[in-house]
Ligand binder design. Structure first.
Ligand code: ZN
Length: 425
């Protein structure tokens, strides 16, 4: 064989290796189509906040959607016509989403139902662990490396908790197959159901090295943003656009429109959407918008305990800080419902609104825009970047308000303008 031919063959082998490495290593980790489906409703007798992920995989989406819809339908049937003086019934569905080093998708859905009809809120957990390459679900049994060793370890934990007996005979491979579990970057969490599901499941945590799972390589790169400063004349009229419940698949379009008119706004985001929309949030900061805190999963905050309120705020603050290196200073309570307890706990600028565009209710962008254009100096406009029509309404509102010489400010800037005006009056 000539030397040249040899080199060519070696090259070919090398290139085909690269190609196969690309397909086997990178393709399963691709999650370009991922987004979050959000349903937020405030009705006469019920409030509903549902967030669940939409993945690039049909089978998985179909099963998640069916699970969520069944709960939602049952809730509506049971509580929509139940009007109580003690307050509205609430349904909240939240999720966690993780893609392992191997490309396995682990989704956990948390359902919470509270109503004055019940003594305690209902809490339910549902997990999905999906292998995108095989297009099928993985049971705990599929992932355990050394069956006997790990089973013994689980038994030991259960023995410490419940004493002898009970579980000993249960830990068969069938039982292991039936157990719900979830994966995250450092552990596998196993949900041991209580007797007849009367209490919350007991959680067992085991390290990743017990399973066919590799630790994910951490890519730490917290960006340093040169956040754009807007030049504002405090003597001229100002108005603040605010968007709740996002980000969503519509947010990028709204950002594009705002960029076109050099307009800045404030986005009150949900903590549980931050990971999925990291890039959208980065775009917001680069364009000089403000990001505010709108709780972690849109529970009605005014009915929560102090600790729960704290968690809703802190979880959102830390995920934004972790992903974006940015710390929000403004907070908007869910459903605009605020009480003294929230004011005492939340050490942030609590922002409500004066102008509700009703974009969550009105279907016609023109009617939404009409409401949004009825503003006066210093007003805060409420909109939602979780609806397609909002962008259309904005394309009518913004040029009109610019013509009327309004300056668009973030809620933080609005506070500054107010302070400056007081100083010089
Ligand atoms: Zn909201």
């Amino acid at each position: 064989m000539s030397k040249r031919l040899k080199i060519t063959i070696i090259n070919l082998i090398f290139i085909s290796c690269l190609i196969s490495i690309y397909f086997f290593v990178y393709v399963p980790n691709k999650k370009t189509n991922d987004r979050v489906i959000t349903i937020i409703q405030n009705k006469k007798s019920t409030i509903v906040a549902i967030n669940y992920p939409h993945t690039p995989y049909q089978i998985l989406n179909k099963d998640i959607k069916k699970y969520v819809n069944d709960i939602y339908d049952d809730f509506k049937e049971e509580y929509d016509s139940f009007i109580s003086l003690k307050g509205k019934s609430e349904l909240n569905i939240d999720y966690t989403y993780y893609v392992s080093e191997e490309g396995y998708i682990s989704i956990t859905l948390y359902t919470y139902i509270d109503s004055s009809l019940m003594n305690h809120p209902i809490k339910e957990i549902k997990t999905f662990v999906f292998d995108p390459q095989k297009k099928s679900y993985l049971t705990l049994q599929d992932l355990i490396k050394e069956k006997k060793k790990t089973t013994d370890e689980i038994l030991e934990i259960l023995r410490k908790k419940y004493g002898e007996g009970g579980y000993q005979n249960l830990l068969t491979s069938e039982y292991l197959k039936s157990l719900s579990y979830s994966i995250d970057h450092e552990k596998v969490c196993i949900f041991i159901p209580s007797y007849q599901n009367q209490e919350n499941p007991y959680l067992i945590y085991l390290p990743l090295n017990h399973f066919h799972l590799n630790k994910k390589k951490e890519i730490k790169n917290i960006p340093v943003y040169s956040i754009k400063q807007n030049v504002i004349d405090p003597k001229k009229k100002v108005v603040a656009l605010t968007f709740d419940d996002g980000p969503s698949k519509y947010t990028k379009k709204i950002l594009k429109l705002l960029r076109k008119y050099h307009v800045t706004a404030t986005f009150f985001v949900l903590g549980n959407k931050v990971t999925m929309y990291e890039n959208t949030l980065k775009e917001m900061l680069q364009d000089g918008h403000e990001i505010g805190n709108h709780s972690y999963n849109h529970k009605l905050m005014s009915t929560l305990t102090e600790k729960e309120i704290m968690n809703q705020i802190q979880q959102t603050q830390s995920i934004i800080k972790e992903k974006l290196g940015y710390t929000p200073t403004s907070m908007r309570p869910t459903y605009g419902s605020v009480n003294q307890k929230i004011r005492n706990i939340v050490n942030m600028n609590i922002v409500l609104w004066n102008v509700d565009t009703l974009d969550w209710k009105l279907k016609d962008p023109k009617r939404i825009a009409q409401r949004g254009m009825k503003v006066k100096d210093g007003d805060i406009i409420l909109m939602h970047d979780s609806k397609a029509r909002t962008e259309k309404a904005l394309s009518i509102m913004i040029p009109k308000l610019l013509k009327e010489n309004y300056q668009f400010v973030t809620v933080g800037e609005l506070e500054e303008v107010k302070m400056l005006r007081e100083k010089f009056e």
